[in-house]
Design a protein around this ligand. Sequence first.
Ligand SMILES: NC(=O)c1ccc[n+]([C@@H]2O[C@H](COP(=O)([O-])OP(=O)(O)OC[C@H]3O[C@@H](n4cnc5c(N)ncnc54)[C@H](O)[C@@H]3O)[C@@H](O)[C@H]2O)c1
Length: 444
Amino acid sequence: MAESTARTISPAQGKLGVLCVGLGAVASTFIAGVELARRDKARPFGSLTQLATIRLGKRTENRTPLIKDFVPLTALDDLVFGAWDPIPDDCYEACLKCGVFDKHEHVIPIKSYLQGIKPMPAAFDQHYVKRLQGTNVKSGKTKRDLAEALRKDIREFKAKNGCDRLVIVWCASTEIFIQPGPAHQTLASFEKAMDGNDITIAPSMLYAYAAIMEGVPFANGAPNLTVDVPALEQLAKDKKVAIGGKDFKTGQTMLKTVLSPMFKARMLGVAGWYSTNILGNRDGEVLDDPESFKTKEESKLGVLEYILQPKMYPELYGNLYHKVRINYYPPRGDNKEGWDNIDIFGWCGYPMQIKVDFLCRDSILAAPLVLDLALFFDLAQRAGMSGVQEWLSFYFKSPQVAPGLYPEHDLFIQHTKLKNTLRWMMGEEQITHLGSEYYEYGKE
Ligand SMILES: NC(=O)c1ccc[n+]([C@@H]2O[C@H](COP(=O)([O-])OP(=O)(O)OC[C@H]3O[C@@H](n4cnc5c(N)ncnc54)[C@H](O)[C@@H]3O)[C@@H](O)[C@H]2O)c1
């Protein structure tokens, strides 16, 4: 065992407060699901921190502990939940309205617990999410005032709930598309922009700023710019806080980042990829606004370009036509249907087609990601790993990376990166899959 790389990780003692920005479908499904798992009324399928194992050492050693037994993660029993939302519904109401869980089997049995989770007033501005109206909203003369009010919420939540540590996950709506500008470059310009109510400072950035200032890790589950700006990345480094994003990788994009590496690995060409979705939840309604859709579209479109590398393989991917659509269709609620038509070509240019029809459940796919992100961000923080957590790109559609790097989108490269990071943290050998030691030629 190579002890030298083992990091000093403070123990996961005491309670971990998980604050969700937004108490909509994803957040309420996450919170209710954890409570159901704690009461043994449901299993946390989809969560690596709860179910996955990790191989250590050689294939002949038979060492494959559960990840949660290998790294010091917070136990589900030690999680405490809070949220902000401009809509005043408590977590019970949110579960009923979102309609993800069966009311009788999974919501009513934990009614009083869910009713205890009431959203704090949000830092919200309809300019950034056109299709929403909220009454549970903070007021303040400047954006800096709102950020300070969020900081106060964070401190009070921690004290009131006797938490040892906190982590914040953005599970709120997709905001309008914002490009990085002068206000986002340095802490001074960012703070000046908050004071001046600059339009390029979105509410999500105020939460991120507040989190970092309070020393709380922040993970962004939406495609918003949020913490992906130089000012906040630098602030996170200075304050030694773990940050990352963006946009939970759950359904269509997860499939895309599994299928496209396969085409590239086999040197099969792709002429076109048409992806469309119907979705009837509030997220679908918000994304029906062209400005919010633009933010999502950028996030969904990026992956193929990086995985297929059209500049390196112009014959195979140089003319790829990629289109993504999301259509709001209320009858389906949270049960999204995503179709993909992929036009590929092989030997001597002969065309073939692949059709994917994924009848998924959006929040059922996203909830375990929120759990894993909360636990892993807390782990990173306790391990002294501050700034962008690229090793958690496995969970994101548009992973944040260090300046000058391109993101790895291939799901299995991300998976290997995640597990190797856990091995590295614990001073275990990296698994390279070379395996020459099992053969005669490797012993020469
Ligand atoms: N479900 C998935 O598979 C998936 C995948 C990737 C990304 N996402 C993203 O996760 C987010 C949540 O999805 P959802 O289905 O729960 O949506 P939702 O509409 O049910 O919930 C979002 C909640 O955020 C609240 N909100 C909006 N602005 C806020 C603010 N400034 N402060 C606090 N709360 C605010 C809204 O009132 C709403 O209750 C969306 O941005 C979505 O795009 C979801």
